[in-house]
Design a protein around this ligand. Structure first.
Ligand code: FE
Ligand code: FE
Ligand code: ZN
Length: 282
């Protein structure tokens, strides 16, 4: 039995049912999408008829887990109050909307401390999350591991652990590990995947890990640039990425491609490539 849950990032502009159709057309059994324009802005109203149709199509396609991604410009660690308040309002609105599709995952970039220092950033992010998480929500909010570009918080596992430590409703919080980001953040998932996962387990805890962004990287380890590459085309390489998908601590997780492609069909080719490479390791 193939228990591989894999999909890619899809455009949300034509609605949920269309995303289920697109996912099925490329052999995916999950997908990621932006909740709204990735640069922020107002979200389109969710159409209940579209969601109803989506549930039917998802069921047919074997899609049970989906991952929504917050706009990447939100900064709950911002120094400016208006910027921070906008992030908090948007996160709260997204989490309300997520309940239209219960029990799913919502991923966000923790934020950037913009010169205030990582410690202040961690405090502000945790405070923002304490304002938006609700005890009755069914959505799990994921903090993404970052590449450490600029003043990004979350490139070190310790920083993610520190944020989670300060969250009251931490039962609703997990982590999404991005292979390009951790690699560029300085974690050697090519030479020592077991060591990196041990370190993650000691700091954050592997039970917090709920999703993987599967990307190759245009840069060498520790570059802190955050430049994704197609699978097998970068410095991480196909073998190491296949090993991530087959690792006993990870293989049950949903995997999401965020590789640079123009056409959805190209993700289909990558899914075939990874299915084959993973099968050889299992
Ligand atoms: Fe992301
Ligand atoms: Fe990512
Ligand atoms: Zn990235």
């Amino acid at each position: 039995m193939d228990d591989f849950t894999i999909g890619c990032h899809l455009s949300c502009s034509k609605g949920y049912a269309n995303m289920a159709r697109e996912a099925a057309s490329i052999g995916a059994n999950t997908f990621q999408f932006f909740t709204r324009n990735p640069r922020g802005g107002k979200a389109k109203d969710i159409d209940p008829a579209d969601v109803e149709k989506y549930f039917g199509l998802a069921n047919e396609a074997g899609i049970s887990t989906i991952l929504a991604h917050a706009p990447y410009t939100l900064n709950p660690a911002a120094a400016k109050d208006e910027t921070r308040e906008f992030a908090i309002q948007t996160l709260a609105d997204d989490l309300r909307r997520m309940e239209t599709t219960p029990n799913q995952l919502y991923n966000m970039h923790p934020g950037a401390h913009v010169g205030q220092g990582a410690e202040a950033g961690i405090d502000k992010i945790a405070d923002a999350l304490n304002q938006v998480l609700a005890s009755d929500q069914t959505t799990t909010l994921l903090l993404e591991t970052m590449a450490g570009k600029g003043s990004e918080v979350g490139a070190r596992f310790e920083e993610l652990a520190a944020i989670i430590d300060r969250i009251d409703l931490d039962d609703h919080v997990g982590v999404c590990l991005d292979t390009c980001h951790v690699w560029e953040g300085g974690y050697d998932i090519v030479g020592d995947l077991d060591g990196v996962l041990d370190e993650f387990d000691r700091t954050v805890g592997l039970d917090r890990l709920r999703a993987i962004h599967l990307n190759d990287s245009k840069n060498p380890i520790g570059a802190h640039k955050d430049r994704h590459e197609v699978i097998g085309g970068g410095h991480i390489g196909l073998d190491a990425l296949a090993a991530v998908t087959a690792h006993p601590a990870l293989r049950h997780l949903p995997f999401f491609l965020e590789t640079p492609h123009d056409k959805v069909a190209e993700y289909g080719d990558e899914i075939v490539l990874l299915r084959d490479a993973r099968a050889e390791l299992l």
